[in-house]
Design a protein around this ligand. Structure first.
Ligand code: GLC
Length: 429
């Protein structure tokens, strides 16, 4: 699991090569999807509806862009697409797109003022082929979502149809973007040097501003869909996880980096260590043998400096996993595995950012700000420190030129910025 600097440098070079292939539309794991948008000026203003659909939890925001890089969230609503008590599940393959978008439309209606007309920006955090700013065809679902009737279809149209069907006429969808793009727009709204944005959360992906884009003379934001990158050294645990996932062979990097999978990786490693008699010996592992029983929240708990008392962790294993005899060494080994999985995630992500920097600024002469959103970066103990350390190691004497910047609500605020730019932007009209 430990990746030395030399491996990270190789990964960065391979990532850059794949970016070039993707831009040239040669077969590669990187889709390099144009967003039909460039950077905002920071002076955009107005009130917009932002729909943020990035997983099983959907958010709707009323955002006021104040100009001068500032914004205000006027109101917000957050709701799950899947009821934990099993009442409904709009993410299941048995559900049709119409049902899903009718549900979302009703929620939009409940947030907006009936007398006002709004433009809506939609952050849809799945791989989409944009044909214009408000036309995005879902290539495939990721993050284990499977609602029927949407793959290959225009997401923009699905929302427009649902709003019409619900007789909601005062909300006008005008932009669909990826969450990385939203984060970049939000980062660049505040900081002019921001030209890369990344999500380190349930999913993982990065976008950047391509100055010489092959589609037009203007700079264009490109959604790399870097979670699908596959030229990385994989361990047998990665293969095991992949084989039991919804889509084996896909999203290779994401399965090593993102919060959706880190807990499962730890679980698989523990089970293998148990088979070798190195951890939790003389225990019944029935509960721990169940897929998905460990999550990134557990890793966070295990590594949190506030709660790292061994007793708390022991209690968790006894209560949740029904283990009976746990030694201090078991807990220390568990923490070590959590640390290894966390650090590998941060180091891999850093290597891909270096690949992007080498592509946009080969001699690294300019300042770059990388906007970051996502719970791994924001909340997982020491994750951001590992990421920064690794970037610094790789950048050596150029380390001062690259800055990471946490952008909260990037996908929501970014959707509002995209909606504000929709009129001005000529791509795809
Ligand atoms: C998944 C999606 C991608 C999204 C990322 C972060 O990788 O495919 O579009 O940006 O998750 O949410």
């Amino acid at each position: 699991m430990e990746l030395p600097l030399s491996s990270l440098k190789e990964i960065a070079v391979k990532f850059k090569e794949e970016m070039h292939r993707g831009l040239a539309k040669e077969g590669t794991s990187l889709k390099m999807l144009p967003a039909f948008l460039s950077k905002p000026t920071g002076d955009e203003t107005g009130v917009f509806v932002a729909l943020d659909f990035g997983g099983t939890n959907v958010r709707i925001l009323l955002v006021e862009l104040l100009g001068n890089g500032k914004h205000k969230i006027i109101d917000r609503l957050s709701f799950p697409l899947k009821d934990i008590d099993g009442g409904y599940d709009y993410t299941a393959s048995t559900v049709q797109k119409e049902e899903l978008f009718a549900y979302i439309s009703r929620k939009i209606q409940s947030l907006v003022n009936k007398e006002t007309t709004y433009r809506l920006g939609h952050t849809f955090s799945f791989p989409c082929e944009n044909k214009g700013l408000n036309q995005a065809f879902l290539i495939k679902w990721t993050k284990e979502i499977g609602t029927s009737g949407l793959e290959g279809q225009d997401i923009g149209l699905a929302l427009i149809d649902a709003l019409k069907e619900q007789n909601i006429r005062n909300v006008i969808p005008c932009a669909i973007i990826n969450d990385t793009v939203g984060t970049l727009l939000t980062g660049a709204y505040q900081e002019k040097d921001c030209d890369i944005a990344t999500i380190l959360g349930t999913g993982h992906n990065t976008c950047y501003v391509e100055r010489n884009n092959p589609w037009s003379q203007l700079p264009m934001i490109i959604n790399i869909e870097s979670g699908n990158f596959d030229r990385v050294p994989r361990t047998r645990y990665d293969h095991l996880l992949d084989e039991s996932s919804e889509r084996p062979g896909e999203q290779v990097l994401e399965k090593m980096v993102s919060g959706k999978y880190l807990g499962e990786l730890v679980r698989l490693i523990l089970i293998e260590l148990n088979k070798k008699g190195e951890v939790f010996s003389n225990n019944d592992l029935t509960e721990l043998l169940k897929t998905g029983m460990l999550t990134t929240t557990d890793i966070s708990f295990a590594l949190s400096t506030k709660q790292h008392r061994l007793l708390d962790i022991e209690k968790m294993f006894i209560e949740r996993f029904k283990l009976e005899s746990i030694s201090d060494n078991d807990i220390l080994l568990y923490q070590l595995v959590c640390r290894l999985v966390r650090d590998r995630s941060a180091r891999l992500a850093a290597a891909t950012y270096i690949g992007i920097l080498q592509h946009i600024d080969p001699l690294l002469k300019e300042h770059h700000v990388i906007a970051v959103d996502g719970t791994l970066y924001e909340k997982l103990d020491c994750y951001s420190a590992r990421l920064i350390d690794t970037l610094n190691e790789l950048l050596e004497e150029k380390r001062n030129l690259v800055k990471l910047c946490l952008v909260k609500d990037g996908s929501g605020v970014g959707a509002a910025i995209a909606a504000s730019m929709a009129e001005l932007f000529s791509y795809g009209k």
